[in-house]
Design a protein around this ligand. Sequence first.
Ligand code: CP
Ligand code: NVA
Length: 303
Amino acid sequence: MTTLATKRDFLTLDDLTPEEILETLALARRMKAGELRDTPLVGKTLIMIFRKHSTRTRVSFEIAMNQLGGDAVFLADRDSQMGRGESLEDTARVLSGYGDGLMVRTWGHGELQIFAEHAEIPVINGLTDLVHPCQILTDLLTMTEIFGELQGRTVAWVGDGNNVANSWLRAARMMDFRLRVACPEGYAPDEAVSAWASETGHAEFIADPAEAVEGVDVVVTDTWVSMGQEVEHAIREAAFTPYRVTSELMARASDDAVFMHCLPAHRGHEVDAEVIDGPRSVVIQEAHNRLHAQKALLVRLLA
Ligand code: CP
Ligand code: NVA
């Protein structure tokens, strides 16, 4: 039985230690290989609150619960009382009596923290405006499949300094790889996590994308217009055009470099079709890994 004192949340990547992340990735690889087919979550229910759209996060969490023997319940603003103004505090307290875990995708990170503070069951971050830790857990899994060790690798983040970029910065220092960040002026990642990752030399900020990708193992980008930023579409397009991942840009990375993107992608905007649909792209492997990484995470938090 989870109690407030023992419950374990996953709000940001550092809610797990680096050792726990490596263990989680190892478990995910074994599950993906079909070595473990146990159902440790029989009788457990994950309640999934989506205040923003989703394809991958919703479906992978729901199927992850099913494969582990449990259930998932989906709740969106539009058809719940949250959409009519019921407080997050009351919602968290009430749902704690029905389920065994709460996955939340929401806007401000503070909203997620309210859920975590008032829920008596573990809370998992399914994306906030600040971070997307489940995505990065998956991206680390994908990197281990491709390169083996994470340590010593170099990744270039090209584009918007958004929630996904912030989680990559956290991962770089925790897992001991280098992250070169190329963002236009005014679109830098979160200052606090940037300073934290730079302090140990794990993050480097290079304005020129061509310089940033020179010799790297991974080139990664994301949409220029995250959920909630739609009104800024035109101004963002203009600012980010020099940061598009093209074949010419990929050619500057190392010979065996891969292209990553959390998806959904916008061909001809943040990435050219010939890159994302080309031989160096691992975006579908990456998307499929959401299932395996989250199964391992759910076992750690809910079993
Ligand atoms: N990458 C990701 O989180 O995708 P969804 O928005 O489809 O969940
Ligand atoms: N940065 C994107 C990620 C979507 C998975 C967003 O927040 O909309």
